[in-house]
Design a protein around this ligand. Structure first.
Ligand code: NDP
Length: 480
């Protein structure tokens, strides 16, 4: 059975404990590889390597950093099929989605920040004729990057690429549920010529490895994507150490459909925003609000299309809904479906575990599920389910739906469907979410700020935001 290794100082190492954890294929329920059960001593080795590599990498000409990262992006493209297959087996998502979304975006992340590294400029401010100020942005040092299981290589690269581009060295931890593509990626780092110690990947459990990264005194900045509860824990550990923190957390995103919307597009895209990646995307629109005049027609069409989605073997090209990431997560999602029933909801389709015949008979599959008849304030509509479950609710006025959309503790993203130009802008201005999509969903320009308000996070990623996060500004004032 394949043993995944840590990548520290350019070497593939076994964990110092010698212990391993099982890595389960969620589509079959079978153990298919072993993950290092690393601890603080492995993190220490990684920090030592990252500190030693920092002076060389941070002072390298931007052209040279660009060249290495651009090669890395090309290597991801070259190996896209193998990486997509690995992501599919590790996470449970359909292989087609893994290739078209996850791996495509991983290469795009690296390429985007490779080129951005060439465009960092220092600002200067003339204070009349008396003084000139210029602002230097220097890399913070060793950055800690902790990523989740839902979009493994996509979110791993989204963090490490800006850190590496500005000259930081990195200690990174992927989720223990999906370690494989980060491991395969380290092989490409070596091939691309990334110097030893610049990127170090320590695999293992969050409370052991993740916490050791957060607590380490020589890691001044932590970039984390994951659940809100974990984010709060990280903040309470890192806060007293005055670390820089970027936290991308959970969501309970509203999807608002006005009666004048382009109906076919609204229905088709809402199917994607509800169920892509089994609903395991922080940006999925899990609460759909439909203007009453359109409600019955929308619900009918939406349920019909939901029933057409093929739940099945992620390796099958026809599959639209693969396996949930783990048995534990599947049971959590099923418990929320039970809660929706108890809270008085009506299930129009779905609601059950699916047994896929053949090699996937023991996999963790759930039918895409549509619930109506629930009030906004119930737990089903307040808590993040992170699975293929949506609720649909009617509304009568613009003011009412804005109130409903904003009435959760989260504020990550929102989608608005309308052909009324001024209403679109008016509603966008009043929604308390960090990302608003009008007549589209998950349409991304990597230059834009990415992140959430309220309990959905602290700080923003994307474009210059991430590059600023991984640097310290130093202003120099020269009296003339
Ligand atoms: P978790 O918060 O459970 O874990 C995220 C990462 O943190 C994992 O690598 C985990 O390791 C690690 N971790 C766990 N405990 C600690 C700790 N004490 N200190 C440091 N690191 C720790 O999230 P999930 O992996 O379950 O991901 C799903 C969540 O991520 C959802 O809430 C989703 O909304 C959110 N998310 C947010 C996004 C955004 O951009 N806002 C994007 C994607 C997802 P391990 O897995 O080994 O426990």
């Amino acid at each position: 059975m394949e043993k995944i290794a840590n990548y520290i100082n350019g070497q593939w190492l076994a964990p110092t404990s010698g212990k391993y954890l099982d890595n389960i294929n969620p589509a079959t329920g079978e153990v298919y590889s072993l993950i290092p059960d690393s601890d603080a001593s492995d993190v220490q080795l990684a920090v030592d390597a990252a500190r030693a590599a920092f002076p060389g990498w941070s002072t390298l000409l931007a052209e040279k950093r660009h060249a290495v990262l651009a090669r890395l992006a090309d290597l991801i493209d070259r190996d896209a099929d193998a990486l997509a297959m690995a992501e599919c087996i590790d996470q449970g998502k359909p292989v087609k989605l893994a290739k078209n979304m996850d791996i495509y975006r991983a290469a795009a992340n690296i390429r985007f920040y490779a080129t951005a590294s060439m465009h960092v400029a220092s600002e200067a401010h003339a204070t009349g004729a008396e003084a000139i100020n210029y602002t230097l942005r220097t890399p913070v040092g060793v950055a800690g990057c902790i990523s989740p299981w839902n979009l493994p290589l996509y979110l791993f690269t989204w963090k490490i690429a800006p850190a590496l581009a500005v000259g930081c060295t990195v200690v990174a931890k992927p989720s223990e549920l999906t370690p494989m593509t980060a491991y395969l990626f380290t092989r490409l780092c070596r091939e691309a010529g990334l110097p030893d110690g610049v990127l170090n990947v320590v695999q293992g459990l969050g409370p052991k490895v993740g916490q050791a990264i957060v607590d380490h005194p020589d890691i001044p900045a932590i970039s984390f994507t994951g659940g809100t509860v974990t984010g709060k824990k990280i903040m309470s550990s890192a806060g007293p150490m005055l670390k820089k923190l970027s936290l991308e957390l959970g969501g309970k995103n509203p999807n608002i459909v006005f009666a004048d919307a382009d109906f076919d597009n609204a229905v088709a895209t809402s199917i994607s925003s509800s169920f892509t990646n089994q609903g395991e995307i922080c940006l999925c629109g899990s609460r759909i609000f439909v203007e009453r005049a359109l409600f019955d027609r929308f619900v009918k069409a939406f349920v019909e299309k939901t029933k057409e989605l093929v739940v099945g073997d992620p390796l099958d090209e026809k599959t639209r809904i693969g396996a949930l990431v783990s048995e534990g997560h599947m049971n959590k999602v099923l418990s929320y479906i039970e809660l929706a029933r108890k809270e008085g909801g009506t299930l129009l389709t779905g609601g059950k575990r699916v047994t896929v015949p053949g090699r996937c008979a023991n996999g963790f599959f759930i039918e895409p599920t549509v619930v109506v008849g629930l009030p906004q304030e119930c737990r089903t509509n307040q808590e993040e389910i992170f699975g293929p479950v949506v609720t649909i609710m009617p509304f009568d006025t613009e003011d009412e739906v804005i109130g409903l959309a904003n009435a959760t503790t989260y504020g990550l993203s929102a989608t608005v469907w309308t052909t009324h130009l001024t209403r679109a802008h008016r509603v966008a201005a009043r929604l308390k979410s960090g990302i608003i999509w009008i007549n589209c969903w998950l349409y991304r320009d990597l230059r834009t700020p990415f992140g959430g308000m309220k309990q959905s996070g602290v700080g923003r990623e994307g474009g210059w935001e991430a590059m600023r996060f991984f640097t310290e500004a130093k202003n120099v004032c020269v009296r003339l």
